[in-house]
Design a binder for this molecule. Structure first.
Ligand SMILES: [Zn+2]
Ligand SMILES: [Zn+2]
Length: 244
């Protein structure tokens, strides 16, 4: 049977999302949310008749605080391994402060406020992907694969399910500001992004791999035609904005 994607609301109005993937043989958490988010996972699991003990893996897509913040705590509570990519390792271990490349006024404000650089409990991944690895999730009970999709950060991961659901985290966002209440169906760049052209290539590859529904870290789920439009916008950006 196909895995089911369950959104875990970390902040209201789709502002910050994490996900559960409920497969035949287990539950995989995709993104850990802000520090202190563990009860939200517990509630989402309970709504589907699951407990922390059913969680078999925690995939952390990248090292930003709104995605990695509660990973160490969730590992304690579930006993599941954390999977992440080596390229973001210095940030997960807190050896280096996370780098944020704002894409607009909101990102710059968020960065200046200090919220973005809030520390979280550092951790070392139990399963560390390197290079271009694809990691199958079947042995954790889910029909899908973790793919290396750098661009938002250099260590960004996405989860590709056989149901044609793609959990892309911050490769793309939707709606106003951090998701917000209006225009939820419209793709936009997340508040931070290292390399928009590289992001465009990843999104292209995920469509080519059969992606139909793109579940995001900020905003509502996007369809393929919306993603195509976003790719064209990223490709038209002037080169200089790439590293601002
Ligand atoms: Zn991010
Ligand atoms: Zn984010």
């Amino acid at each position: 049977m196909q895995a089911q994607v369950v959104r875990v609301p970390i902040a209201p109005m789709h502002m910050i999302n994490a996900y559960l993937v409920i497969g035949d043989g287990g539950v995989v958490i995709v993104d850990a949310g802000l520090p202190g988010s563990a009860p939200r996972f517990e509630q989402a699991l309970a709504r589907h008749g699951k407990r922390f003990a059913d969680v078999r893996l925690i995939v952390v897509t990248h090292a930003h605080v709104d995605h990695a913040g509660a990973a160490a705590r969730l590992r304690e509570l579930t006993g599941a391994a954390i999977l992440a990519h080596r390229a973001d390792r210095p940030f997960y271990t807190q050896a280096e402060p996370v780098r944020y490349c704002p894409t607009g006024p909101f990102g710059r404000l968020f960065k200046a406020s200090g919220v973005a650089n809030a520390a979280y409990d550092g951790f070392e991944a139990d399963i560390e992907l390197t290079g271009d690895d694809h990691f199958p999730l079947h042995r954790f009970g889910v029909a899908g694969t973790v793919r290396y999709t750098p661009g938002h950060t250099s260590g960004s991961l996405s989860v590709h399910l056989e149901s044609r659901d793609m959990l892309v985290s911050d490769l793309v966002s939707s709606g106003i500001l951090l998701g917000g209440i209006i225009r939820l169906g419209s793709p936009k760049r997340p508040p931070f992004e290292d390399d928009p052209r590289l992001v465009a290539r990843q999104l292209d590859a995920l469509i080519a791999a059969g992606g139909e529904r793109f579940h995001v870290g900020h905003g509502a789920t996007l369809t393929t035609d919306r993603i195509r439009r976003h790719i064209r916008m990223l490709e038209r950006l002037p080169h200089r904005s790439a590293s601002k």
